[in-house]
Write a protein that binds this ligand. Structure first.
Ligand code: F6P
Length: 342
């Protein structure tokens, strides 16, 4: 059997570990052949492939990014997209697909399977950790570690100058990175998209922190929005590639803090540093296990499923269920962490 593999959506540390796990187990245990599709769904749409065998995956375990490339191409947005994918799979005699991606990539995989009978297995990935049906996605742990290290560094410079340092982290719809790194880094305020924030309350926490002679660190998720629509921060404008761009909540907040508290404030936007570079040991472990289990699904002829982590077990869940809703931060968990604010 020949299996196609693709990686779609934003890249994420651990993608190469999944690919390696798939190929190593597939070749060694089942004698499968593989075709790597370039740039997510663009690959099977345009029959753009790359060699994917044991030598191709040698040495890639600790490497960030994806050797297959990635894109946000959606075949359902092209008139003949599905027809071309089916034709191209048949052309190369590809009998199954493993799609590694987030909500959008796996949403396409779910529809391809459920509506067109394409044999697909999904592997969840996102640094945001906002996919329901899995306890964790790989990439998240690495992103949290990077953000935590940055916050640790911000503490010392903030204290040397007695400034407020605002650290903007990724998370458009879910505040998992902000919550975990903010807690681990000892932030004094954490703001997430799930809970609208009150700027006066933020300023009150900052002032009380200064009163105790410490410089405050504010961690804000890029998708966090102030209460009462004080400013249109969630202006999700599209860039010339049609990708969503948020409008800099960190910069805006630092200016408001300066205005309202009279304290000097600076912003650091971590951006794609959170997504680049080598995966953490946990992410290599999780990604590898996802890859191994995805091949087992193909071997079992179990399609239309996504591999997922539940506790310490890898399980299979229907793709449609896995992509039905986002996993956001529970208000009770946010409340628990808020004991450290101020
Ligand atoms: O979904 C992963 C993610 O890194 C988000 O946290 C972030 O909002 C988005 O992708 C950034 O996308 P892009 O790389 O297209 O700017």
């Amino acid at each position: 059997m020949r299996i196609g593999v693709l990686t779609g959506g934003g890249d994420c540390p651990g993608l190469n570990a999944v690919i390696r796990g798939i190929v190593r187990k597939g070749v060694q245990e089942y004698g499968y052949e593989f075709v790597g599709y370039r740039d997510g769904w663009r690959g099977p749409l345009e029959n753009d492939t790359v060699r994917l065998d044991i030598p191709a995956v040698r040495g890639i375990l600790p490497r960030g990014g994806t050797i297959l490339g990635s894109s946000r191409t959606n075949p359902f947005e092209r008139a003949d997209g599905i027809h071309r994918i089916r034709e191209n799979l048949a052309d190369l005699d590809v009998g199954a697909l493993v799609a590694i991606g987030g909500e959008d990539t796996l949403g396409v995989a779910a529809r391809l399977h459920d509506e067109y009978g394409v044999p697909v297995v999904g592997v969840p990935k996102t640094i945001d950790n906002d996919l329901s049906a899995t306890d964790y996605t790989f990439g998240f742990d690495t992103a949290v570690n990077i953000a935590t290290e940055a916050i640790d560094r911000l503490h010392t410079t903030a204290e040397s100058h007695m400034r407020v340092l605002v650290c903007e982290v990724m998370g458009r719809h879910a505040g998992w990175i902000a919550l975990h790194s903010g807690l681990a880094g000892g932030a004094n305020v954490i703001l997430i998209p799930e809970q609208r924030f009150d700027v006066d309350q933020v300023c009150a926490w900052i002032t009380s922190r200064f009163r105790a002679s410490y410089a405050p660190i504010v961690v804000v998720a890029e998708g966090a929005v102030p209460r009462d629509g004080e400013v249109v921060l969630k202006d999700e404008s599209l860039d010339s590639f049609g990708h969503v761009r948020l409008s800099g909540v960190g910069e805006w907040l630092a200016k408001e803090i300066e205005k309202r508290t009279g304290k000097e404030a600076r912003t650091t936007v971590l951006g794609h540093i959170q997504r680049g570079g080598t995966p953490s040991a946990f992410d290599r472990w999780l990604a590898t296990r996802f890859g191994l289990h995805a091949v087992t699904c193909v071997h079992d002829g179990d399609f239309g499923v996504m591999v997922a982590l539940r506790g310490t077990d890898i399980v299979r869940v229907p793709l449609a269920e896995a992509t039905a809703r986002l996993k956001t931060v529970d208000p009770a968990l946010y409340e628990e962490v808020s004991v450290f604010f101020g």
